[in-house]
Design a protein around this ligand. Structure first.
Ligand code: MN
Length: 272
């Protein structure tokens, strides 16, 4: 049965490939100024700084902000609105506790950095490499948590499910073959995200749709990507109702997507 295990040569190749991927991801995280694109020509095209205003338009309004402090945006529907797919108790815990904590931690991190206060959250994360090292990881995790959850609430709704229409559906068909193939790819990315993280449908800088996954609260905008749909696969998103059954949660989650909201995000991002 030795055929089931990699030979030393194959194992070495796997490790080499993993290092290469890791390096590209690292470079991708630095590709804001464009210099890294020269080092990593195969990297995903990213939105340029000039397009940042459009990314901001997508999310600055839903990641509510009041003066110098970030604020928790109200859930745009009732806690029970997504039942039976996502239960009210989970929504209450997720929004009122988890999301609120990201906002509090983000504000606390910026307390001694007045120059960074009041920036829209998309701008702050897009330029995460400019954030002082002392608070960079905290801003990355909690700022990402704030933005990601703000998007998450906005792209779900009580009359969700089904399929997108119009230009978004056309783009999905072009990128993935058909809606079922996209759904399978997104579900696969969410299922295989090891530990806590998210799967996303994003638009890259070449205006191509992509399915990606990211660990922890890493936001697609940090890589210059416009987030269209995100699914939270942290256990706090599903364990009250689904325990450890991430697959069951994902299957139900598709019934919550507000495709009209996603279509507006797509229209805004592709116009950037
Ligand atoms: Mn969450």
């Amino acid at each position: 049965m030795s055929g089931q295990h990699p030979t030393p040569q194959v194992w070495s190749a796997i490790q080499s490939a993993a290092r290469s991927i890791s390096r590209r991801r690292f470079l991708g995280s630095l590709s804001i100024g464009g210099a890294a694109a020269l080092l990593a020509p195969a990297a995903t095209p990213t939105f340029a700084r000039a397009s940042l205003h459009t990314l901001s338009l997508l999310d600055a309004n839903i990641a509510a902000q009041a003066g110098a402090s970030y604020t928790l945006p109200p859930l745009p529907y009732d806690y029970a609105a997504l039942e039976p797919h996502i239960d009210a108790a989970t929504m209450r815990l997720h929004h009122d506790r988890h999301h609120a904590t990201y906002v509090t931690n983000l504000n606390n991190a910026l307390a001694n950095y007045p120059d960074l206060q009041g920036r829209d959250i998309v701008d702050l994360l897009y330029h995460i490499s400019d954030v002082p090292e002392a608070i960079r990881t905290t801003v990355r995790n909690n700022g990402g948590g704030h933005l990601n959850h703000s998007i998450f609430w906005a792209i779900m709704g009580p009359t969700g499910g089904g399929q997108p229409i119009g230009a978004l559906l056309d783009a999905i068909n072009t990128a993935f073959g058909d809606f079922a193939a996209f759904k399978a790819k997104m579900t696969d990315a969410a299922t295989k995200q090891f530990g806590s993280g998210w799967a996303w449908l994003v638009l890259d800088g070449a205006k191509q749709l992509q399915v990606i996954s990211r660990p922890n609260q890493d936001a697609p905008v940090m890589d210059g990507l416009a987030a269209l749909v995100g699914v939270d696969v942290w256990e706090h998103a599903y364990y009250l109702k689904y325990q450890n059954r991430r697959a069951d949660y994902l299957a139900a989650w598709w019934n919550t997507i507000n495709w009209e909201s996603v279509g507006k995000r797509f229209d805004q991002a592709r116009g950037a």
